[in-house]
Design a protein around this ligand. Structure first.
Ligand SMILES: O=P(O)(O)O[C@H]1O[C@H](CO)[C@@H](O)[C@H]1O
Ligand SMILES: O=c1cc[nH]c(=O)[nH]1
Length: 237
């Protein structure tokens, strides 16, 4: 047990899917896993371990924002031996070509700052996805015929952003979407030698202002979960 995760040693799988929303973790575990068992309820941050096609996997909430994700990712890697972390999150689209419910596979994540900024100091570290996971996710999205995009995203510190000028710059530089966790997930994976990827579903659009409901965000992003599971357990090439 750690301060924030109540699971006993051995109750967390080496592969963890990380939605921001703990209720999305519950829905995904009940929908995709065989015999899911709740292994964490501390602070309501639900985590479940079960099997998918015979592979042990945990689906655990990360909370919203990089500081919250950092707590769970650190404890999962350092205390539970997790070596593969795949974020399954919602995001806002920043390109006309990206539509609601499209899937974005994040190669990298720009940011204004992350919880690691104090460590990197003057270094503009470039957080990047694990290529093996990324290639497998793309292959899975193709097979599922999901409309997907691969590229850079923006990990913001705030949801209610007071810098619309930044959005314009990012749109002009091809950033696909905005969310709040991936940059630090990739930083932590690099630091600890773990594999990480973010597979996101577009829940709202910053240009058209279209938006999905919170119920949709909790329990209708099945393709993203399927893609993450197939990527996690894809045979090595
Ligand atoms: O749907 P999740 O995975 O929480 O992701 C996005 O949604 C939250 C904001 O509504 C932030 O956590 C953002 O990254
Ligand atoms: O962080 C997020 C998530 C969804 N949509 C946004 O605009 N921002």
């Amino acid at each position: 047990m750690t301060i924030h995760i109540g699971a006993e040693p051995g109750q967390i799988a080496e592969t963890v899917l990380l939605p921001g929303d703990p209720l999305r973790a519950e829905w995904a575990a009940q929908t995709f896993l065989k015999d899911p068992v709740c292994v964490n309820r501390v602070r309501g941050m639900l985590g479940f371990t079960g099997t998918w096609q015979g592979h042990r996997v945990t689906i655990h909430g990360s909370g919203m924002g990089m500081p919250s994700l950092s707590i769970y990712a650190n404890e999962l890697i350092r205390d539970y031996g997790v070596n593969t972390l795949i974020r399954i999150g919602s995001c806002g689209a920043m390109q006309e070509s990206v539509e609601l419910r499209d899937v974005i596979v994040a190669m990298t994540a720009s940011s204004l700052s992350t919880p690691s900024s104090g460590i990197f100091r003057e270094l503009n570290f470039s957080p990047c996805a694990n290529y093996e996971l990324l290639a497998a996710a793309v292959s899975s999205a193709r097979t599922l015929k999901t409309k997907y995009h691969v590229g850079g995203i923006y990990s913001a510190d705030v949801f209610y952003d007071e810098r619309p000028d930044l959005n314009e710059i990012m749109t002009r530089h091809g950033i696909l979407g905005v969310e709040m966790e991936t940059a630090e997930l990739y930083n932590l994976a690099a630091r600890h030698g773990a594999r990480a990827l973010a597979v996101l579903t577009v829940s709202d659009h910053l240009l058209s202002h279209k938006s999905l409901s919170s119920e949709d965000r909790e329990s209708s992003f099945g393709d993203m979960v399927q893609i993450a599971l197939e990527a996690a357990f894809a045979p090595a090439e």
